[in-house]
Ligand binder design. Structure first.
Ligand code: IPM
Ligand code: MG
Length: 399
């Protein structure tokens, strides 16, 4: 796991992927899966634009596999809204089986208006949370590296974002997302309703994600900023104490990692004011949810960002775009498939021991971006607007 994470930290976008390939080889990368002739990959298309971005991605994987002399054996399972419709469960046992027995999992996106007013356990989002918890995917890595070809797609000024390269390491199976007690209750005497959730972290949960962040940062610029709200929340006080103690306890971390701390409100502001001050950010589940969305906007489009959710190396990781299901453009062939395609590249590199396939995919994406085709989310004057399918085909052709 740690070796896997050593390597993951190196990527941020296509350019970083390409540049760092050789360095990855030097860190003794150990995989959940060693090289095979056939890889079983469970596809979770989910909802909204999910099916179309995955449809644009599998031909890329097939093409690269055929070029390199191996095969993908894809199988599909339901998650999110479609799983609620088909199984009355957003993450049914059959999907858990299909995921946990695969070499890796490629997830698209979940959610849509149709299920928005369902009770909590029958909402698409609950399926995602159930997947993360049941598969033990405690470490979520979300890179935000500005892509030179897309610099002008950001709403921020060029001088602010030029050179931004941030990795958000988000804890994914704890915190207020999963803490108990939680609920909504009505006081029988007054009729007053009360809703509550509990933000809770154990020291072992904090230590394990802190180590991931330190390992990640070792292969980047050696700077970790831990984000909390320790001025107000007890759970954040423990977070900060344990992050400091984990840093202190390991001579390598102490020597190589510059650790700082920031309150989450300040971090939200600093990310927009001067994002280049950040290298690796480590934070809990909820702050990580918010901060990673904010960081992704530095890059211009969520449509470009892959992510990895990892747990124990004996099990598969889940690779997915950072963006959501975009129900407003679903089924219209308008979505940008590149985050999904780059997620597939990450999967090859970090779960399947196929760095060669990852290199090829990333180089192809870069080649496409050097050209003049753009999906709507990254469209600029002078470029040609293409749909999801065409963008996927452009990547296949660039391989
Ligand atoms: C994310 C999403 C999820 C989260 C939702 C859909 C449950 O926002 O992956 O960031 O809050 O974790
Ligand atoms: Mg989110």
């Amino acid at each position: 796991m740690m070796a896997l994470l050593f390597a993951i930290c190196l990527f941020s976008n296509v350019e970083a992927f390409r540049m760092t390939t050789n360095r990855i080889g030097n860190v003794g990368l150990s995989m959940a899966v060693s090289k095979k002739d056939v890889y079983t990959v469970t596809l979770l298309p989910g909802d909204g634009i999910g099916p179309e971005i995955l449809q644009a991605t599998t031909p890329v994987l097939d093409e690269v596999a055929s070029k390199l002399g191996f095969k993908f054996n894809f199988r599909e399972a339901d998650i999110g809204g479609i799983a609620i419709d088909n199984h009355n469960d957003p993450f049914p046992d059959s999907t858990y089986e299909a995921c946990s027995t695969a070499d890796s999992v490629l997830l698209a996106s979940i959610g849509g208006y149709k299920w928005d007013s369902n009770p909590r356990e029958l909402r698409p989002e609950s399926g995602l949370l159930k997947m993360r918890k049941s598969m033990g995917l405690f470490a979520n890595l979300r890179p935000a590296k500005v892509i030179p070809q897309l610099m002008d797609a950001s709403t921020l000024k060029r001088e602010i974002i030029e050179g931004v390269d941030i990795m958000v390491v988000r804890e994914l199976t704890g915190g207020i997302y999963f803490g108990t007690p939680k609920g909504i209750e009505t006081d029988p005497a007054t009729g007053v309703r009360k809703g509550y959730s509990t933000g809770v972290y154990t020291d072992t949960e904090i230590e394990r994600i802190a180590k991931v962040a330190f390992d990640v940062a070792m292969k980047r610029n050696g700077k970790v900023c831990s984000i909390d709200k320790a001025n107000v929340l007890e759970v954040s006080q423990l977070w900060r104490d344990v992050v400091i103690a984990t840093h202190e306890a390991n001579a390598d971390y102490k020597k190589n990692i510059e650790l700082s701390h920031m309150y989450v409100d300040n971090c939200a502001m600093q990310l927009i004011r001067w994002p280049k001050q950040f290298d690796t950010i480590v934070t809990g589940n909820m702050f990580g949810d918010i901060i990673s969305d904010e960081a992704s906007m530095l890059v211009g489009s969520l449509g470009m960002l892959p992510s990895a959710s990892l747990g124990d190396p004996s099990g598969p990781g889940v690779f997915e775009p950072c963006h959501g299901s975009a129900p407003d453009i679903a089924g219209q062939d308008k979505a940008n498939p590149l985050a999904q395609i780059l997620s597939a590249a990450m999967m090859c590199r970090y779960d399947l021991d196929r760095g060669d396939a990852a290199d090829m995919i990333e180089a192809a994406v870069e080649k496409v971006l050097d050209g003049n085709q753009r999906t709507g989310d990254i469209m600029e004057d002078g470029y040609t607007l293409v749909g999801c399918k065409e963008m996927g085909e452009a990547v296949v052709n660039a391989l």
